[in-house]
Design a binder for this molecule. Structure first.
Ligand code: SF4
Length: 74
């Protein structure tokens, strides 16, 4: 595991939280990201890996949801 993941706020959290299906779940994920000491590294990773195995990166990464990430890349 790389260094930034070791200090991630979500490290011991339920991963499903970061693949929200409701706006309230998404708010919780974004709140966790806002307090995360690894937010910059995580956001950079997401920007550099916008597709994994040919599929768009899903979920919340670096305080950004999929819709915002997609809009940034267009
Ligand atoms: S920014 Fe969010 S998704 Fe990324 S490591 Fe931190 S808590 Fe996890």
């Amino acid at each position: 595991m790389s260094g930034w993941r070791d200090k991630a706020a979500c490290r011991d959290m339920d991963p499903d939280l970061f693949f929200p299906t409701t706006s309230s779940e998404e708010r919780l994920a974004l709140k966790a990201c806002a307090q995360c000491p690894a937010i910059c590294e995580c956001a950079r990773y997401a920007a550099e890996h916008d597709r994994i195995n040919g599929y768009p990166l899903q979920g919340v990464w670096g305080g950004v949801n999929r819709t915002r990430r997609r809009n940034r890349n267009e």
